[in-house]
Design a binder for this molecule. Sequence first.
Ligand code: CIR
Length: 256
Amino acid sequence: MTGPRALTRAIPDSFAHALAAVPRPIDVALARRQHAVYVAALGACGIAPVTLPADEACPDCVFVEDTALIVPGGDAPLAIITRPGAPSRRAEPPTIAAALAADCEVVEMPAPATVDGGDCMRLGATLYVGRSARTNAPGIAWLAEVLGRRGVDVVPVELPAGVLHLKCVVTPLGHDRVVLAEGALAADTFGVHAITVPAAETYAANVVAIGAHVIVAAGYPRTHERLAAAGFTLHEVPVSEVQKADGSLTCQSIVW
Ligand code: CIR
């Protein structure tokens, strides 16, 4: 059996113009150093990711999570290539599809469906999908049809106003626990134990969990305490520059 695999993508100079609800100056050189720490953290979790080259025509291309969703099972994992909700990001998925084609059965989402991978959280045979400004009803219906054939149930989740993606407020810790921002969604939404993070640390609810290892955003001590107390080994990554582009941790990789 092979271990987990991951895909990441380098940061273009045009990242300075990435989508952001509140645009702020981005230090692209610092963003690249922080991305290197992220890739090294994946390595410390036992994964050597493949890092695809940046595309200057795609300022947000580092946020690979939004472009594909991988579901194991069958003869090969199924890679669902999304149609991102932001029109400026629609040139990103073909590169990801080509990179995944060697290992996965690839299926491309058709218009008018739109889904961002950041809205998709799988826990075992259930895929929770946030209804957001990026993920529309045809997208959720299409996912339900395609994944139903693989035995995966799709459960829509209403997001609080102003939340970009489902995984801004909840991320999985394996298949039987989640990290959830206090007050964002009802604690019983996902039918598994929720480790809550204080509302003041909502950003820290986005973590990458790989076995007993968890990659966390640097600077959120109460969340770190709770995860460490639950037995996880933490890997802190600086995120100031991706945060300015409304990104966080899960969005910088596709792990399968
Ligand atoms: C965007 O607005 O699409 C990017 N600037 C940020 C995407 C972050 N993606 C994610 O959290 N899954």
